[in-house]
Each structure stands twice: as C-alpha cells, then as structure tokens.
Ligand binder design. Structure first.
Ligand code: CA
Length: 256
C-alpha cells in the first residue's frame, strides 16, 4: 500500500520534468544543450498561410451626433418672372410735393402776369377815352369838363349836381393839367374862386382863401366889378365879371 502511493506520486513528477525539458529547448536554442532531450537546429520561417474565411458582417452602430450648420452656399440663378398680381386697394391721397407747389405757383404767376398785361392795356385805352372826353388826372384829382359853355353860376350848379366843385388848381402841376383842357377845347375856363364876399380876397366855394395863384401881369385889377376868375388858354389868371360863357370844368377827388 505504501509502495503504490509512492508510485502514484512519481508519475506526475516525471511528466513535469519532461515538460520542463521541452520548454528549455524552445527558449534556449543557443546553448544546444539539453539535460534530458537533445535539441536540433532552428528551422527557417515557413510560407504564409492561406487566407482565412471571410468574417461575419459587423453589427450596425448608432449614428453619431448632428454636426454644426455649414456656411450658406452660392446664390442660385434668377427664377422665372412670376405673373402680375391683382390690383391692390386705392391708397390715401398724398400731400403735394414742394416741386409740384412751385410748378403750381409759377403757373399762377404766369396767369397773373397775363391778367396784368390785359388790365394795363385796358387802362391805357380808358385813359385815351378820358382825355378825348375832357378828363385829366393829376395826382389824386380829376378835372372833368361838364359842358363847353356856361356862366359862373351855371357851372357851380352843374358841378354840385354831381357832388363836385368847380376846378381850382392848387399848384403848378394842377394848373398845367387844367391848361391842357383849355387848349383842347380852345376856351377860357371859370375857376371855382371869387372875391365877391371880400374884395381882393379870393376864396373857394368852401370859403377857404386860396394859397396858390397864377395871375397874369397886372391882375387882379377889376375891383368890385370883377369878382370871378378867368383861366386863360395860356394858363394865367384874370379877374373878370361872371356873366360870360366859358368852359365849365369840375374837379373830383379820386379818393373822397
Ligand atoms: Ca381883371
């Protein structure tokens, strides 16, 4: 029984020693020594083996995370022009622009200039008619022939019927305008002044003493017999009686 147990113990030990000897041969080829199994020379490398069989298809992996948005690409070519849309609702009326206002003002100015030209032409014609009719304007005063012949009293009455006195020139300019009428009609004129109330003091119909006179040389010289004033065609004055018939001229104020 003891001998069998010893033998069972030796068999594994021998197998272990032989395996160790084989292992020594594989890892120490340079010594070519072996205590238990002699070793041969190392062989050359063999030829590559055949390709292996194709492997099985791999499993599909999950998709990765979405990348960042890249930069915009180039603009594409223009598309075809679309059809015209329907007409929209009418908008509110806009304000006139400055240019439109200037054009409007210029048109108005042109129209006004034309009206002024027509009016000026009418005034020129009217002035000629006034002159031919025995009217002279001087400043704010109009001298108007009422009748070619009349006494002093007839003349005063005729003018007063039209709300005007007999003409009385108050300066050289008015005297010249009255002289034009005397020349035009070739007649002397009764002035609207008299010294009947006070001898030598010639007053107008309102009782005001005149400051402007244009007496002819040596006049007035009639005393109490000559209380009216004769306006000569040459524009000079003479005191005279009041019964002769001369040109009757009234005076009107343009702005009463
Ligand atoms: Ca006289």
């Amino acid at each position: 029984m003891c001998l069998l147990g010893t033998f069972q113990f030796l068999l594994p030990a021998i197998s272990l020693i032989m395996a160790s000897a084989q292992d020594i041969c594989n890892h120490e080829p340079k010594t070519n020594t072996c205590n238990i199994v002699p070793c041969g020379l190392p062989g050359s490398n063999g030829l590559p083996g055949r390709d292996g069989n194709q492997g099985s298809k791999g499993e599909k992996e999950d998709p990765g995370q979405r990348g960042m948005i890249g930069p915009p690409g180039k603009a594409g070519p223009n598309g075809i022009k679309g059809e015209e849309g329907p007409l929209g609702p009418r908008g509110l009326k806009g304000d006139k622009g400055e240019i439109q206002e200037l054009i409007s003002l210029k048109a108005q100015m042109t129209a006004l200039q034309e009206e002024i030209r027509i009016l000026q032409a009418f005034i020129n014609k009217y002035r000629k008619v006034m002159i031919l009719s025995g009217i002279r304007t001087v400043g704010e005063k109009w001298f108007v022939v009422a009748t070619p012949e009349g006494t002093f009293e007839e003349g005063k009455k005729l003018c007063s019927q039209n709300g005007a006195p007999l003409a009385v020139p108050q300066n050289a300019r008015e005297n010249g305008a009255l002289q034009e009428l005397a020349k035009q009609f070739g007649k002397n004129i009764y002035l609207g002044i008299s010294d009947e109330r006070t001898e030598g003091k010639f007053q107008n119909q309102n009782g005001q003493t005149v400051s402007y006179t244009n007496w002819a040389s040596g006049e007035p010289n009639g005393g109490r017999k000559e209380n009216c004033v004769q306006f000569y065609i040459n524009g000079q004055w003479n005191d005279k009686h009041c019964e002769e018939k001369w040109l009757i001229v009234c005076e009107l104020e343009a702005v009463p």
